[in-house]
Write a protein that binds this ligand. Structure first.
Ligand code: DX5
Ligand code: ZN
Length: 215
């Protein structure tokens, strides 16, 4: 396990992104996690590419883009243009997932696939060797600050077994309800990368919280 930490911009102060991104730049966070929502795939809208152009300019951390949108293929060029290292699409939004993954790779980015809490990891059996990362949603996507779904531990264990059995290099990422309370247990269970929003930006000392999560 790699113990990566991605700070989720969704819980930052949108009135002063420069301030919050600067703290993340100086922190031990590995990635800045970007949640794009369309109000269709999920019942909320976050921000889009006109805003992310500025986030790109401010962030010194690699951008990990989690698209909670229908038809994510339409935006591969936009995601590439903001300098993302990783483009993450939802399994539930991609009827031709293999083609979508090929297109993300052709654009020069790592490709991730995300599963909603109800989607079994077994649906990835025939694509696990083609993806760079699997994101397990540990809340229903759309909002920050929700409670962690405990069944995620079960999914991490099954996914880890599949990855090992297939000889895949995919990383396991967990997103939703991650805090200083469960970070160590999640890494120990096999998560390579944790995403944390409200636990990071809602804390009094953002840098100390990130450091604590990674220890
Ligand atoms: C939820 C997003 C998450 C969100 C997590 O749909 O995908 O990345 O920022 O927020 P917390 O860490 O507050 O659960
Ligand atoms: Zn996310």
């Amino acid at each position: 396990m790699k113990k990566l930490l991605a700070a989720s911009l969704l819980s930052a102060n949108f009135g002063n992104l420069e301030h919050d991104i600067d703290i993340i730049n100086r922190s031990e966070a590995d990635w800045l996690h970007i949640d794009v929502m369309d109000g269709v795939f999920v019942p909320n809208i976050s921000f889009g590419f006109p805003v992310l152009k500025y986030v790109k300019a401010l962030s010194k951390k690699p951008l990990d883009v989690h698209l909670m949108i229908v038809e994510p293929d339409k935006f591969i060029n936009e995601v590439k243009a903001i300098g993302a290292i990783l483009m993450n699409v939802h399994y539930e939004a991609c009827p031709h997932l293999h083609r979508t993954i090929q297109r993300i790779h052709a654009a020069g980015m790592q490709a991730g696939v995300t599963l909603n809490p109800h989607t079994p990891v077994e649906v990835l059996e025939d694509i696990i060797n083609d993806v760079d990362l699997v994101l397990l949603m540990s809340v229903n996507p759309g909002f920050g600050g929700q409670s962690f779904i405990e069944n995620t531990y079960n999914k991490i264990a099954r996914l880890k077994k599949m990855i090992e059995r297939r000889g895949s290099k995919a990383l396991i990422q967990v997103d939703g309800g991650v805090s200083t309370e469960n970070a160590a247990q999640l890494y120990a269970a096999g998560a390579d990368c944790l995403v944390a929003g409200s636990a990071v930006f809602g804390s009094d000392d953002i840098m100390a919280t990130i450091r604590k999560m990674k220890r």
